[in-house]
Design a binder for this molecule. Structure first.
Ligand code: TRP
Length: 368
């Protein structure tokens, strides 16, 4: 069996460090690992419309932002297909058929949907498109027969739902040994901190609406200001005070970003993060020093990303050309799966010469 990756993001804003450590950084490693036969990275505009249907320009404007973030983070269009979800129309057709394989009550129990509905105050006026987006997400994954789906932890219920639909489809429509759809596996970050990087204010996740994000496209000055005003331990007032690591955002970010070799480069007083944490807890290590170290570590990662972005920004038509090529490749792949799906579901009438011939025979015999 081929090793295939599919994953994606909703284009509702520029990508931030949460996206980067949660998934983007890993995708670049996977792309360069040589272990995958095909990689599809999707800009999920149709999914973004399920809760932004009244604001299509927001989605339209953010497609290019997400594409630029992908390319500048190091996704290489010669190795991965970056494509736009709505342009692969096979995905919507698959969704319509998969709708039959899932119940309303199962969708109501999906924890991701539940949490998102609360967040959006939908209460009783839930758009059906939003409610059923896990089904559409199953189409995204299965259209490419993806085996591996690199995502954040919050997407695990989506993958579970996708696996259920795959099993139901195969059991309902396929002979044993001739299963059409493939059950995908989620690949989540090894480091749990990376799964839900908090915002710079220490609250929950990074989220645009909370204004607590560091964006991949932020200028060095923006990053500096955000790091220097990050939430730490409010009781760590004097340098000599013992400090707490609990909920201390600067240390959470260091958990996600700092490597041992960064200490030799930027903060040689310590060999590794454990030593630095120990000093902080003991007292005698000030927040400013820790923040400056974090800033150096982040800049080391962000500077090349910013540089690549600048290059791509000079030629936006070329970026759209990359998306168009990726979308063509994705459509071709999805069309192959769709024709297998249609055959399995017995709705491939015009492609099935045997069907027509055998029915002719039947009518000839009854006519006598
Ligand atoms: N739901 C994902 C998010 O909110 C985006 C997405 C859409 C996705 N389809 C997907 C992720 C398929 C993985 C696989 O970020």
């Amino acid at each position: 069996m081929e090793n295939i990756i599919l994953t994606g993001d909703r284009p509702t804003g520029r990508l931030h460090l949460g996206h980067y450590v949660g998934s983007l950084r890993r995708r670049v490693e996977l792309q360069n690992s040589g272990e995958f036969d095909k990689i599809f990275i999707m800009i999920a505009d149709a999914q973004a419309l399920t809760d932004n249907f009244d604001n299509p320009d927001k989605i339209r404007d953010n497609i290019i932002e997400v594409a630029l973030d992908y390319l500048s983070a190091g996704l290489d269009p010669s190795k991965v297909n970056i494509f736009i979800q709505s342009a692969v129309t096979e995905l919507t057709e698959l969704t319509f058929y998969y709708m039959n394989l899932v119940t309303i009550s199962r969708l109501e129990r999906n924890p991701t949907v539940k949490a998102e509905m609360q967040l959006r105050n939908f209460e009783t006026s839930i758009p059906a498109g939003f409610f059923t987006y896990p089904v559409s997400q199953t189409s995204d994954i299965t259209a490419f027969k993806a085996t591996v789906v690199p995502v954040g932890e919050d997407q695990l219920p989506m993958l579970e739902q996708a696996r259920e639909i795959v099993r139901k489809f195969n059991a309902t429509y396929c002979e044993e040994g001739k299963e059409v759809l493939v059950e995908p596996k989620a690949l989540i970050p090894e480091n749990s901190v990376c799964s839900r990087l908090p915002g710079t204010d220490g609250k929950a996740k990074m989220s645009k609406s909370l204004g607590n994000c560091i964006y991949l496209s932020d200028t060095p000055e923006e990053v500096r200001q955000k790091v220097m005003s990050m939430y730490t331990d409010p009781n760590h007032i004097k340098i000599t005070d013992p400090g707490s690591l609990e909920g201390n955002t600067v240390f959470t970010y260091l958990d996600a970003f700092a490597k041992d070799e960064d200490f030799a480069k930027f903060c040689p007083d310590y060999k590794n993060l454990d030593e630095m944490k120990e000093h902080y807890q003991r007292g005698g290590l000030g927040d400013v020093k820790v923040k400056k170290f974090l800033l150096a570590v982040l800049e080391q990662e962000l500077a090349p990303i910013r540089e690549r972005r600048k290059q791509y920004e000079k030629d936006i038509p070329a970026v759209y050309e990359i998306l168009k090529k990726g979308t063509e490749a994705a459509s071709a792949e999805a069309a192959k799966t769709l024709s297998e799906v249609r055959a399995a579901m017995r709705i491939n009438y015009f492609d099935d010469a045997e069907l027509i011939a055998s029915q002719q025979k039947k009518f000839n015999s009854t006519a006598e």
